[in-house]
Write a protein that binds this ligand. Sequence first.
Ligand SMILES: Nc1nc2c(c(=O)[nH]1)N[C@H]1C(S)=C(S)[C@@H](COP(=O)(O)O)O[C@H]1N2
Ligand SMILES: [Mo]
Length: 556
Amino acid sequence: MTFAGSLPQDRGIAPRIRISPSKWFNLLWLIPIGFVLLIVAVAVAKGIRGLPPVESFLKTYPGASKLPYDAPAGFPAWLGWQHFLNMFFMIFIIRSGAQILTDHPRLYWTRHSTPGRDWFRVQKPVPEDPLWTAKKDSISLPRQVGLPGLRHSIGLARWWHLGIDTLWLVNGVVFFVLLFASGQWMRVVPLSWDVIPNSISVVIQYLSLEWPTESGWTNYNSLQLIAYFITIFIAAPLALITGLGMSPALSTRFRRISSVFNIQMARSLHFLVLCWFLLFIVLHVALVLTTGALENLNHMYAGRNDQSWTGFWIFAASMVVLIVGWVAATPLTIRHPRLIQRAGYALIGPAQRLFEHIDSRPGQYTEKDISPRLWLNGQYPESDEYKNLFENDFRDYRLRINGLVGNPVELSLAELRAMDYHEQITQHFCIQGWSGVAKWGGVSMQAILDLVKPAPEAKWVVFYSLGEGPDEGDYYDVHPIEQMGYHLTMLAYDMNGTPLSYGHGAPLRLRNEVQLGFKMVKWIKGIEFVENFSDVGGGFGGYNEDHEFFGYRQSI
Ligand SMILES: Nc1nc2c(c(=O)[nH]1)N[C@H]1C(S)=C(S)[C@@H](COP(=O)(O)O)O[C@H]1N2
Ligand SMILES: [Mo]
């Protein structure tokens, strides 16, 4: 109840998709509609099944393609293990993914994420309030559905999601290698065009409730084969590609790709991949259990082809492990959040560190790419100190830069404006999932480095805000000094050609384009160069890192 500055729990609404500029379709209608369609389809299939042409079609295409003569039969033990691990990892990936989705419960197709232009939402329309923030837009999930389920617990959800993703990917790579080394691939790749008529045949057989005879031990039916093929060779790789498509560091570096395949398209497709997986899981489990459960469980869990109970008991034991993991994940996360953060960082950290060395050049976007409206986020400054500065047009504002530097300075806004002007049009990536392009004007951090001359021991740069964080205490964030010299790291006092507004960080904010939005401190008060950040704030490298378990490196 006190998480993330006590955002009250907010349940959101049933999922909706846009069907016209002003009309939304509530997806819950798919349940009765699907039910009616299923009944109609069964009636049609039963009606046509007895017709002579259909009968002869079913005879010509009984439902499975011939396998090559050297295709293996049966299920090796590694397949059973990998199937289990895959399922186990998927639970945490899906739950934490749902948590991440609902932290910005809207999907868009363009990088602007313009409020009111979403195609999918599980939240009410964006309120009129001009200072409405993305954080206020987030919703909570039930604790056993989301992981961890609390509103705006995206920091912890991301450790689960990205951490388990790496394990899932390792499992997947091993699976691909063994699949091709063992010849098992022949059973899940369509090798002739007759899988299409054969799978139509299977659909007719299922729907007419006279099901095909199963021979999964040696040869899947064609519909099953196509479903497995899509899951293994399309959905799984797409999950990885669309996931990486949301990385600020990669999108900024590979702008050719990301100009077409933008973050919101990646996020939307990532969601559709989830929908495929959910549909697959429901149908797969239903069919495994209704087409000879004992035999099917023996195949996957015991590697044998008979009617014994062995497979069932191994399956039951694996279910116990799975349920314990499912039930324990949220309480464990809430009780030991730092443990989750450390474990997650141990797994995904190496990739995040790698991506941080990307120093992209300006010139990615042009004026016409600028978003009509950029979401606002964070906690606005309300102190008297800030109010006085604001009312006085920041004439009394001084940016203090000190710490391990040869030349500590205090700069007025006029002095900052007198320095060389640096301008860039770049894309902002909020950890919550929204994005947008803006033109930023100000001074490059390289110019600041040249001015203050950091000492060789200075390894980290702390940016302090005039604003507080939601749990009290000043907002701040820490950046590696290496990134301060990047082409796209700057202090901005202008946005889209006018001085920064109150909401966007007046009088001064940071831009570091290899990182996510929360690291770009707004309403900057001072900058300090330090050797390490363990005694700054809570010691984790930033306000959100201290209070909401975000990572201090967020290039993914
Ligand atoms: N001082 C301060 N800076 C902050 C925040 C905050 O809460 N306090 N929020 C961050 C987050 S989460 C984001 S996404 C960006 C949002 O910038 P914008 O409101 O200009 O879009 O500001 C960042 N800087
Ligand atoms: Mo953010």
